[in-house]
Ligand binder design. Structure first.
Ligand code: NAD
Ligand code: IPM
Ligand code: MN
Length: 356
């Protein structure tokens, strides 16, 4: 087996804290069974500090030459007035790697149920497929002067079709239901989405397809999240709804994501940011990063066995109540991570014993 090449981007504020946790878990679960090599590179504010650019040339080159990219989080007050902000580097790497589909799961496992702020009647397990390289984030013109400003929400049929196909393919392997979320009562782009996605839906006869306005969807995610399987939506709506969805699991600090194109490396990152308000205190929730590592092993390296060991270990630790303050606990980042690694060792030993 070839050595997997992973580009690691710790980023800013809590970024390096949770990346350490993610890499420690990767090491523990991989020992003797998964061969990988890490290339750590500056990115975001750290990229600005080291090279003047949030996405340094060598960082981009490393990412392009990798089999997968692991990112923690970037940005923060230190660089909010930089000529080129860290966030710009993030948008740029997504575009350079053509990562047009951003997959953000919301699942409330049995172990997590007691942390959810909402009363659940039914199990929640849905995923947001967010378009990531177009829409109002990238559309031109984009201008600002003393008296006016313009952003442009623009989509082409091709941009809509390819991400819609990702959503329907996922639904075929899940619960056979896609909901397109839009603002078709107002926006022209939403009307184009409706037209193109209806055409794509016709190619997936086993998948039920419906639509929902974004404002009503924001309500339904709180009142009846169990009705969703795959939510397909444009870039900005997906950004907003995914933070909201994350919070119904108990904390934004638990949710991983995968961003992918049609070929080339995928990128895995927590959906949250660099949490400057809690950086340096050792209390950042490492689960979003650890879950991102599991997602990478499952989807980029075809190691569902290792991903399952991580997921089982995470659940076991959550069950004990050893969680960080964002989930109402008192554990530190390092304590949660060490407990997960202990479980991984137990599970891996059990594995090896079964094998002989
Ligand atoms: P944020 O997601 O960083 O934080 C929002 C809230 O959630 C904060 O109270 C924070 O403490 C909490 N939180 C987030 N992750 C947590 C974790 N792992 N454990 C415990 N608590 C956690 O959003 P923000 O404060 O609005 O943004 C901070 C910076 O991050 C900004 O510069 C923003 O642009 C950037 N950002 C980056 C990314 C990314 O790197 N992909 C994503 C979102 C925001
Ligand atoms: C995210 C973030 C980014 C986005 C920002 C930091 C550019 O909020 O990954 O969700 O809006 O996509
Ligand atoms: Mn966001």
């Amino acid at each position: 087996n070839q050595t997997a090449k992973i580009t690691v981007l710790p980023g800013d504020y809590i970024g390096p804290e949770i990346m350490n946790a993610g890499l420690a878990v990767l090491k523990a679960v991989s020992e003797g069974t998964f061969d990988y090599q890490i290339d750590e590179q500056p990115f975001g504010g750290a990229g600005i500090d080291q090279t003047g650019d949030p996405l340094p040339q060598r960082t981009l080159a490393s990412a392009k030459a990798s089999d997968a990219v692991l990112l923690a989080a970037i940005g923060g007050p230190k660089w909010d007035n930089a000529p080129k902000r860290p966030e710009k580097g993030l948008l740029q790497i997504r575009q350079e790697l053509n990562l047009f589909a951003n997959i953000r799961p919301t699942a409330i496992s049995r172990a997590m149920q007691k942390y959810s702020p909402i009363k659940q009647l039914a199990p929640v397990d849905f995923v947001i497929v967010r378009e990531l390289t177009s829409g109002i984030y990238f559309g031109r013109p984009r201008e600002i002067d003393a008296h006016h400003a313009i952003d442009t929400m623009r989509y082409t049929t091709n941009e809509i079709r390819r991400v819609a196909q990702v959503a329907f393919e996922m639904a075929e392997k899940r619960h056979h239901h896609v909901t397109l979320v839009d603002k078709a009562n107002v926006l022209a782009t939403s009307n184009l989405w409706r037209k193109v996605v209806a055409e794509v839906a016709a190619d997936y006869p086993t998948v039920a397809y419906d639509t929902s306005y974004v404002d009503a969807t924001a309500m339904k995610i709180i009142s009846a999240p169990e009705q969703f399987d795959v939510i397909l939506t444009e870039n900005m709506f997906g950004d907003i709804l995914s933070d909201e969805s994350a919070e119904i699991t108990g904390s934004l600090g638990t949710i991983p994501s995968m961003s992918r194109g049609t070929s080339g490396p995928a990128l895995y990152e927590p959906i949250h940011g660099s949490a400057p308000d809690i950086a340096g205190k050792g209390i950042a929730n490492p689960l979003s990063m650890i879950n991102s590592v599991a997602m990478m092993l499952r989807h980029s390296f075809n190691r569902p066995d290792l991903a399952d060991i991580i997921a089982g270990s995470v659940d076991a630790v959550i069950e004990t109540g050893s969680v960080t303050p964002d989930l109402g606990g008192q554990a530190t980042t390092d304590q949660v991570t060490a407990a997960i690694i202990n479980h991984i060792h137990e599970r891996r030993n059990a594995y090896v014993e079964n094998d002989v």
